[in-house]
Each structure stands twice: as structure tokens, then as C-alpha cells.
Design a protein around this ligand. Structure first.
Ligand code: NAD
Ligand code: MG
Length: 392
């Protein structure tokens, strides 16, 4: 039996992960589940999966869960806070840790799992964007294994030759092509973008996801974060990572070789495919995803992304090129701006404005020291919040 801890189990990726696990009760066992404040959601999952541990980041929610668990007579131990998250990320009973917390909040628990030498099923791209070099060095040092859950990176991983960790040139890879659906506003007139609502931004044409990543898909910051993620995961530079719009979301990404060969991974847009792939790798297991009906798909379209329509994508390329802690600033400012768009009436088109101004204001800090990265993240949030207040 393979023990699995699911960080962020009540979210979109967490639920899909438990769906895959439930299909293979002879193969996987849930060791720990975690959530922020969704007490009812986590309690239901505890009743169903009987984990050894359940963690709620919010201490009051943890007290509530503790009462429910005792009342139901479950043996699950309840922990709270970041300490609880870090503790269950390191448990010897779990070989695999699904990192599916959203945002930089997932950084410390994910790093704890890395340091414990786990197989990391990495959905939480923000953790890697914030701490890239440090994260990958820790993976190496502690003998951890990172398998990408992001559908694009999982596709690239499937198309990569072995030995890519020694550099793409050495294994004959010319470039990585990340596909992007373009989100709900690919064809919206640019002057109308100013007035789009959170509900419209979260209505993704092909994928059902959490609200933060849905907005990121609408601004294409999601693809920007993914370019940075690809640079770290595949040991390459942004010049070798291209983005193409592919509205059908059937080709999940491609790898181009020196001889002109281009390998792609295709499938229905359902996150259970990359999740099952990463959990079972190098084997293959059922994920619950049906066959791809290419007759139904009929067309595969491609177009270049416009940086005028999607300025966030350009900002992400600039941040990874600037290096150091610039991606951490980009990410923090984006988290603040997206939350303000969702909850405080910040205009959609002001999201890149907040990020640009925060990046301009912040001195370039070192990206190799965890304390500096955490300070930079906190400082960037304070500045981004001030800039946001000026814009709402
Ligand atoms: P979601 O909002 O649906 O779920 C987030 C989970 O994290 C929930 O369980 C929530 O309780 C927990 N959480 C939130 N804030 C927390 C905090 N401060 N401390 C501890 N736990 C916290 O998000 P999602 O769509 O499942 O995305 C999760 C991650 O996976 C993100 O990094 C996202 O970019 C990435 N991802 C998601 C998809 C997708 O299809 N949803 C695809 C690729 C990558
Ligand atoms: Mg993705």
C-alpha cells in the first residue's frame, strides 16, 4: 500500500486526487488530509477516507473539526496551523504528498515534504515560482522526486527523454511549447475587459478549477507562472519556453527536438489524468477519464498570445529574466490583486497594473535564502495592498 498525504484536499485538485485514490483502494491509502477553513468538506472526507491525520490551517476550524471527529468516534488526529501542515507533509507513513494548496501558503508544507524526501505530486505551482532554485536544490539534496500535476508540465514530462535533468541541449530538446486555452476572454473586445466580473472570469471554457487559478487563466498569469514553473522543472531558460493558444485544450503541451520532431500529449481536459499519471509513474492506472473522441474534437486550432491583451504573461517573462526574488514579488502581487478583484471590486484590467507597480517598487532581492524569500513575499503583499487601495 502506498501512503498518500493530500495537502489542500477540499479543493478542486484535492477532490480529483481523492477520486483517483478511491478507484484503487488496494494500492493507495490516505494518511492525511488538510484544508484551510472548509470544516464540513474536510469532515466529510474524513468520514469517507478515515485518514490518520486531518489538519485545518485555521485554528478555530480545527477545534470544530476535532469536536466532530470525536463525536463520530473516528481515530483521526486533528492538527492545526502551518505547523500541522508541515508535520503531516513529513510523516514516514506517506510516500507521496499531493501539494494542492493554492498560493504561496503552500510553500512551507511543500518544502517540508521535499526535505522529507517524498514523491511530491506538484500542483501548487506558486510554491515553485516563489522559491525555484531553493526548491529544486532541496529536491536534489534530500532525494525527493517531483512529478508535475499541472497538465502542461505533466504533458511535457511525458514527452521528455530520460536524462533531461542534465540540461535540455544534452538530450536533443530544442524547446518546450506550453499550450494555453486563452481562458474566457480570448475573444472579448479589449475595451470590454475593464468591466468583466468575477463570475465571468471564473467561467472557464474547458476546465473546472478553484477561483484563484480561474482568474489567473483569464489574465494568463497562470501561463506566466507556468513558464517559470517549466524553467525550474525542466532545467531550462525562458527563451526555450514558448506559449501558444490552443482553445480546445486537447493538446496539453509539446516538446520539440533538434531533429524537428515534435512530441505532444493529448487527452480530455480532466485533471485526473495527470494526477493518476504522477501517482502511478512509471506505471499506468485507471483515472476515471474516458477515451478522447478525436472525431468529436475535429479541429485543433493554434494562435499566438497577444501580450497587449494579456500583459500578465509578459510580466512573468520579465520576472523570471530578472531572476532572484522577482518571481516571488510577481506571485505575491498577483495573489493580492486577484483577491481584490474577487472580493473588493478591483477592475480586472488593474490586476497587471498592481503587479507591474509592485515589481517596480521592490528592490531586487536574493532568491536563494528562504528567510529573504518569505520577507520579500510579505513586503510585496504590503506594497501591493497599498497600490490596490489606490486603484479601487
Ligand atoms: P482550490 O481553491 O480549489 O483549493 C485550494 C485548497 O487549498 C483547499 O483545500 C483549501 O482549503 C486549501 N487552502 C487555501 N488556502 C490555504 C491556506 N492559507 N492554508 C492551507 N490551506 C489552504 O484550488 P485548486 O484549483 O485545487 O488549485 C490548487 C493548486 O493547484 C493551485 O496552486 C493551482 O494553481 C494548482 N492547479 C490547479 C489546477 C486545477 O485544475 N484546479 C490545475 C493545475 C494546477
Ligand atoms: Mg496548467
Amino acid at each position: 500500500m502506498i501512503g498518500v498525504t493530500v495537502l489542500g484536499s477540499t479543493g478542486s485538485i484535492g477532490v480529483s486526487t481523492l477520486d483517483v485514490i478511491a478507484r484503487h483502494p488496494e494500492r493507495y491509502r490516505v494518511v492525511a488530509l488538510t484544508a484551510n477553513r472548509d470544516l464540513d468538506g474536510l469532515y466529510d472526507q474524513c468520514l469517507r477516507f478515515r485518514p490518520d491525520y486531518a489538519v485545518m490551517a485555521d485554528p478555530d476550524s480545527a477545534l470544530g473539526l476535532e469536536r466532530c471527529i470525536r463525536h463520530a468516534g473516528l481515530a483521526t488526529s486533528v492538527l492545526a496551523g502551518v505547523e500541522g501542515l508541515e508535520a503531516v507533509a513529513q510523516l514516514p507513513e506517506a510516500e507521496q504528498v499531493m501539494a494542492a494548496i493554492v498560493g504561496a501558503a503552500g510553500l512551507l508544507p511543500t518544502l517540508a515534504a521535499v526535505r522529507a524526501g517524498k514523491r511530491i505530486l506538484l500542483a501548487n505551482k506558486e510554491a515553485l515560482v516563489v522559491s525555484g532554485r531553493l526548491f529544486m536544490e532541496a529536491v536534489e539534496r534530500h532525494g525527493a522526486e517531483v512529478l508535475p500535476i499541472d497538465s502542461e508540465h505533466n504533458a511535457v514530462f511525458q514527452c521528455m527523454p530520460s536524462g533531461f535533468e542534465h540540461g535540455l541541449e544534452r538530450v536533443g530538446v530544442r524547446r518546450i511549447l506550453l499550450t494555453a486555452s486563452g481562458g474566457p476572454f480570448r475573444q472579448t473586445p479589449e475595451e470590454a475587459l475593464e468591466h468583466v466580473t468575477p463570475a465571468q472570469a471564473c467561467a472557464h471554457p474547458n476546465w473546472e478549477m478553484g477561483r484563484k487559478i480561474s482568474v489567473d487563466s483569464a489574465t494568463m498569469m497562470n501561463k506566466g507562472l507556468e513558464v517559470i514553473e517549466a524553467c525550474w522543472l525542466f532545467h531550462t531558460r525562458p527563451e526555450r519556453v514558448d506559449v501558444l493558444l490552443h482553445p480546445q485544450s486537447v493538446i496539453h503541451s509539446l516538446v520539440e527536438y533538434l531533429d524537428g520532431s515534435v512530441l505532444a500529449q493529448l487527452g480530455n481536459p480532466d485533471m485526473r489524468t495527470p494526477i493518476a499519471h504522477a501517482m502511478a509513474w512509471p506505471q499506468r492506472i485507471e483515472s476515471g477519464v474516458g477515451s478522447l473522441d478525436l472525431f468529436q474534437v475535429a479541429h485543433l486550432d493554434f494562435e499566438p498570445p497577444s501580450l497587449r491583451r494579456f500583459p500578465c504573461l509578459g510580466l512573468a517573462y520579465e520576472a523570471i529574466a530578472a531572476g532572484g526574488a522577482a518571481p516571488a514579488v510577481l506571485n505575491a502581487a498577483n495573489e493580492v490583486a486577484v483577491a481584490a478583484f474577487l472580493e473588493q471590486g478591483l477592475r480586472f484590467t488593474a490586476i497587471p497594473e498592481v503587479i507591474r507597480r509592485t515589481l517596480e517598487e521592490m528592490p531586487l532581492a536574493d532568491g536563494e535564502d528562504l528567510a529573504v524569500l518569505l520577507e520579500t513575499d510579505a513586503e510585496a503583499r504590503i506594497r501591493a495592498e497599498r497600490i490596490t487601495r489606490q486603484l479601487v
